[in-house]
Design a binder for this molecule. Structure first.
Ligand SMILES: [Mg+2]
Length: 86
């Protein structure tokens, strides 16, 4: 079974959980960079956690996009406009 065929609630929960893990990885990387509340993890370990959790979130986003039929035609102009505002 493709992930996008799971019930919507399961995909949303997966996205929520993976987003939380990404936030944890980001927080740990911030702590490592600031150095005032250090973590025993090395900078490279923190970076690897960031990469891992980014991948998990991308997979969850792709499943949500498939499930809800969110096309690039629909999404790309919004992404472009929001990127221009950064
Ligand atoms: Mg994860």
């Amino acid at each position: 079974m493709e992930p996008s065929q799971l019930p919507s609630v399961d995909l949303l929960l997966q996205f929520s959980e993976e987003s939380g893990e990404l936030i944890q990885a980001v927080s740990k990387l911030i702590r490592k960079e600031r150095g005032n509340n250090p973590t025993p993890a090395t900078l490279e370990e923190c970076r690897q956690s960031l990469v891992e959790e980014l991948a998990d979130v991308i997979v969850a986003i792709d499943a949500l996009r498939d499930h809800w039929c969110v096309t690039s035609d629909e999404l790309d102009p919004i992404v472009k406009a929001k990127t221009a505002r950064w």
